[in-house]
Design a protein around this ligand. Structure first.
Ligand SMILES: O=P(O)(O)OC[C@H]1O[C@H](OP(=O)(O)OP(=O)(O)O)[C@H](O)[C@@H]1O
Ligand SMILES: NC(=O)CC[C@H](N)C(=O)O
Ligand SMILES: [Mg+2]
Length: 506
């Protein structure tokens, strides 16, 4: 999961793109980038780091001039972490197109070969997003038009649907023409759009999550539906089209569990409410299966589990206490790149308030257990702080299978619950009792009364991939290339990379 944003405004967009990216920072902490267009000139700044570190006022922000632009915060799931793979990506032919992508292509390798040998296009990085951009560019070129019409752009998006597999929510600038947003036919990753009234007419914004719209005073119009594309021309006309032959509304359920901010409205579901219902369902399970529990206090693992934990406590009728103080200067640990950094960061990030633990039976609640980095450390900390019994509940089922759609969980062997029973996990993590949400309850909690979603991608819990094209060979290749060990081994090589854009003086 990365964060994407695009704005078409009547004023300069640089600061607004920056502000939107800070609202989406929780979706990617590795790199950030902004591309703006001013007439026919494009301005790009991208680098590794948090939004606040990548853009400096005089050096970059002042130079990102233009009334139309796109931005990206990256959490890598393909290629490498080099700054050259920060987004947006750009290709000159045709018209000058720049693109920012959230998701992950599962046929990037085949497409790379096709692009090279059949479409005669050049790729300069290992990124699947550069592949996606070039497929779109080739499809646009194939329309064979000197002047583009919205129909040509939508036809090119249909071409992307035919060729690209996996997850993609994208924003793109077609220089001189306008701003495009589109979503894969399964709608795996989220993307919404909104508008704001200005004296000169409406201004438009496309973003991964509605929180970015709220913060900038845009009203949410709708989700871009699976397979749909919207195009806003440089003079502010909006066109919308369903471009996929067979769209199936099936977003990733893990967005609701962990990835998204609770204050986002996503596919017409309030993430906050979905998380409250997760807490309620989990409490029901405890009441059903452990009626005589001896829990004295419910303690959340900040940040994400606060919402389900509070509802769980109130349903159980047990006090809810903030037992861990979160260091506000440490980011999300799960989306950090290496296991060493993740492990160290848990201790730096969370510190127990001893009085909430001493002599008590505590139920620690988290939204998920993935690699077990957080839960293992946290349980140990609870014991060190003097807890009598340490129980642990997860608002989602055990994560047992890799993700191939934009979450960097490439390797089943890194997932603590893979191939382990609950008693084995209790032992490994050091919990006196471990309680997981049932998948049906999680689905009920998220779906609630919403009929438009046909199903969810629940692959991290079930190993069944919504696109139905993930072979065991693909998964072993993924593990080989992207496991922590593989990434670590690659780091042993030269650390400074000479990239195309860095070759000359900047
Ligand atoms: O089992 P693990 O591999 O540790 O992964 C799961 C943990 O990681 C996430 O927290 P994170 O610190 O990323 O973000 P948060 O502050 O939003 O909870 C998630 O909320 C769990 O706490
Ligand atoms: N998490 C994402 O959406 C990643 C986007 C893209 N696959 C990259 O690695 O840059
Ligand atoms: Mg957490």
């Amino acid at each position: 999961m990365c964060g994407i944003v695009g704005i078409h405004s009547h004023g300069q967009v640089n600061q607004e793109l920056y502000d939107a990216l800070t609202m989406l920072q929780h979706r990617g902490q590795d790199a950030a980038g902004i591309m703006t267009t001013e007439g026919s000139k494009l301005n790009l700044r991208k680098d590794n780091g948090l939004v606040r570190d990548v853009f400096h006022a005089d050096e970059h922000m002042m130079r990102l001039r233009g009334k139309l632009g796109i931005g990206h915060v990256r959490y890598p799931t393909a290629g490498v972490t080099s700054a050259a793979e920060a987004q947006p990506f750009y290709t000159n032919m045709p018209f000058g197109i720049s693109l920012a992508h959230n998701g992950n292509l599962t046929n990037a390798d085949e497409l790379k070969l096709e692009l090279f040998s059949e479409d005669r296009r050049h790729l300069n990085t290992e990124s699947d997003s550069e592949v996606l951009l070039n497929v779109f560019a080739h499809e646009l070129l194939s329309q064979n038009k000197m002047r583009l019409q919205p129909d040509d752009i939508f036809a090119a998006v249909s071409g992307v649907h035919r060729r690209c597999r996996g997850a993609y929510a994208c924003v793109a600038i077609i220089t001189g023409y306008g701003l495009l947003g589109f979503r894969d036919p399964f709608g795996i990753r989220p993307v919404v759009y909104g508008r704001r009234r200005a004296a000169e007419g409406y201004e438009y914004m496309i973003a991964s999550e509605s929180v970015a719209l709220n913060a900038l005073g845009f009203e949410l119009v709708a989700d871009i539906l699976p397979g749909e594309a919207i195009f806003i021309t440089t003079d502010g006309k909006l066109y919308k089209r369903q471009c996929a032959a067979n769209p199936v509304y099936s977003p990733c359920i893990f967005e609701y569990v962990y990835l998204a901010r609770p204050d986002s409205l996503m596919d017409k579901i309030y993430v906050h409410k979905a998380r409250l219902r997760m807490g309620m369902k989990l409490a029901d399970r405890i009441k059903r299966e452990w009626a005589d529990h001896d829990i004295d206090v419910v303690i959340p693992i900040p940040d994400t589990s606060r919402v389900p934990a509070s509802e769980l406590a109130s349903e159980l009728g047990v006090p809810y206490r903030e037992g861990y103080v979160k260091n506000r200067y440490i980011g999300r640990t799960f989306i950090m790149p290496g296991q060493g950094q993740r492990k160290k960061s848990v201790r730096q990030k969370l510190n127990p308030i001893e009085v909430e633990f001493r002599g008590k039976n505590v139920l620690l609640v988290d939204d998920s257990i993935v690699r077990g980095t957080t839960s293992k450390e946290i349980i140990e900390m609870a014991r060190e702080a003097g807890a009598r019994k340490v129980y642990f509940a997860s608002a989602s089922p055990p994560v047992r299978y890799p993700n191939v759609y934009g979450i960097d969980m490439p390797s089943s062997s890194e997932l603590v619950a893979h191939g382990r029973t609950i008693p084995e996990l209790e032992k490994l993590l050091g919990a006196d009792r471990l309680i997981f949400q049932e998948l049906d309850d999680l689905i009920d909690a998220v779906l609630h009364k919403h009929a438009t979603i046909e199903r969810f991608d629940c692959s991290v819990f079930t190993g069944k991939y919504i696109t139905q094209d993930i072979s065991p060979e693909y998964l072993s290749q993924l593990e080989l290339f992207r496991s922590d060990a593989a990434k670590q081994a690659r780091k042993q090589g030269p650390t400074s990379v000479i990239e195309m854009e860095n070759a000359g003086a900047r």
